[in-house]
Design a protein around this ligand. Structure first.
Ligand code: HEM
Length: 417
């Protein structure tokens, strides 16, 4: 056990991007496949190189997602067992599954999230983006871009897709933040007396059980209806799997996109030349969005477990060992990106790993990019000026995290009709 190992996974490290990246840059140079033994957490290999993350993710029979999908403390693992009566998981969604189940469950909604189907959302997204930028204008020139815009806009989109009514969005937002931000004192439940979010998961299950009943009785053109009425190998979808499917779509679908939307704006504010270039040349927006996503890398890690011994950079990964794939490090790998610590809106190609890679690659990646594009398509032409109005701060979490606050001051004009 070393201080470094503790620091690598300590949620507080994630509030300071510069220190975080300095730690991982050292690992990439000195020990890219690093045996890590943090206090209170079962040991694992920390994987910091872009090529190694791809090599592992590509081989999804050799490196599986179950039983250790994301990092948990030993205390959390024990609490989950107590709560579930012996199981190691609270939810069983796509990210906890391996084949053959993973492929079958992913197919249920995959077509829905592909570009041809998403085209139908384009007009709705543009209207929603306008609504949010109008709201910024109505706020009179100052706002917290995170809590006023970046968290609500993708939330609205994913809830529309899922079929959750608007009045329930604050509940969904609270539950998601509790699930992902439970290590951040500002976002976790005040009455938390255990190490895991059992109350949050229970509340999610209660909510989605009612939604399932409603969609079974009266199917609509939404993803909730696909999940509620799904058949797996001729049998109705299991309750745990249905609940977990809603949760992964509801949660993965907005916190991540919020983080990239806000992280992208901060990067533009910190690099005024890039903002000016983008405003002068809006055709660069698609590559700028990829760069915003690389730059912010909202999903910090996923884990895999080896099903056989494997050699990686001269180290032997033993069958049963876990690997911690640190995406932000892969996305600053000097061997893959020129000037990885420069934010460049015209970076092409941009082979970032922010959406993962291989069989589990993000199902919502096209949707996420469409959403961010719609917002910036509306915002950029209306901006007369924009600057930071205070110190930005970050969520303390080692799974999904990003900006917690981004105070900005701006002048906006109304778009010509
Ligand atoms: C910028 C925004 C987003 C980022 C950075 C992101 C990132 C990721 C990452 C890293 C993974 C794991 C990939 C792997 O294991 O290789 C993932 C999986 C997933 N994402 Fe996203 N995501 C984003 C937006 C979305 C959206 C909008 C949705 C909406 C449905 C979504 C749904 C999912 C689902 C369902 C999975 C599980 C896929 C599987 O295991 O087969 N994500 N995402």
């Amino acid at each position: 056990m070393t201080a470094l190992d503790d620091q690598l996974v300590n949620p507080t490290t994630f509030t300071d991007e510069a220190s975080l990246h300095a730690l991982w840059a050292d690992l990439r140079r000195d020990d890219p496949v690093h045996w890590t033994e943090p206090e209170g957490i079962r040991p694992f290999w920390s994987i910091s190189k872009h090529a190694d993350i791809m090599e592992i993710e590509r081989q999804n029979e050799l490196f599986i997602n179950d039983p250790r999908t994301t990092l948990a403390t030993i205390q959390q693992e024990e609490d989950i067992k107590k709560f579930t009566g012996g199981s190691h998981i609270l939810i069983r969604s796509l990210v906890q599954m391996d084949n053959p189940d993973h492929m079958v469950f992913r197919k249920l909604t995959q077509g829905w999230f592909m570009p041809p189907n998403l085209k139908k959302l384009q007009t709705g997204l543009a209207e929603l983006a306008k609504e949010f930028v109008d709201r910024m204008e109505a706020q009179g020139g100052e706002c917290d871009f995170v809590s006023d815009v970046a968290v609500w806009y993708p939330l609205r989109v994913i809830m529309m897709i899922l079929g959750v009514p608007r009045e329930d969005e604050p509940t969904m937002l609270r539950l998601t933040q509790e699930l992902f931000g439970s290590t951040d004192a500002d976002l976790s439940r005040e009455d938390e007396n255990t190490s895991i979010d059992m109350n949050t998961v229970t509340e999610f299950f209660d909510y989605f059980t009612k939604l399932t009943e409603a969609r079974r009785a009266n199917p609509q053109d939404d993803v909730a209806s696909i999940i509620a009425n799904a058949e797996i190998n001729g049998e109705p979808i299991g309750h745990l799997e249905a609940m977990s499917y809603y949760i992964i779509v509801a949660t993965a679908g907005h916190d991540t996109t919020s983080s990239s939307t806000a992280g992208g704006l901060l990067a533009l504010l910190e690099n005024p030349d890039q903002l000016a270039q983008l405003r002068a040349n809006p055709d660069l927006l698609p590559s700028a969005i990829d760069e915003m996503i690389r730059w912010s890398t909202p999903v910090k890690h996923f884990m895999r477990t080896a099903t056989a011994d494997y050699e990686l950079r001269g180290k032997t990964i033993k069958e049963g060992d876990s690997l911690f794939l640190f995406y932000p490090s892969g996305n600053r790998d000097e061997e893959v990106f020129d000037d990885p610590f420069q934010f460049r809106i015209d970076r092409t190609p941009n082979k970032h790993l922010a959406f993962g890679y291989g069989a589990h690659v993000c199902l919502g990646q096209h949707l996420a990019k469409m959403e961010i594009k719609a917002l910036y398509d509306e915002l950029l032409p209306r901006l007369d000026s924009i600057e930071l109005a205070g110190e930005p701060s970050r969520v303390a979490a080692n799974f999904v995290s990003g900006l917690k606050r981004l105070p900005i001051r701006y002048t906006l004009s109304r778009k010509a009709a």
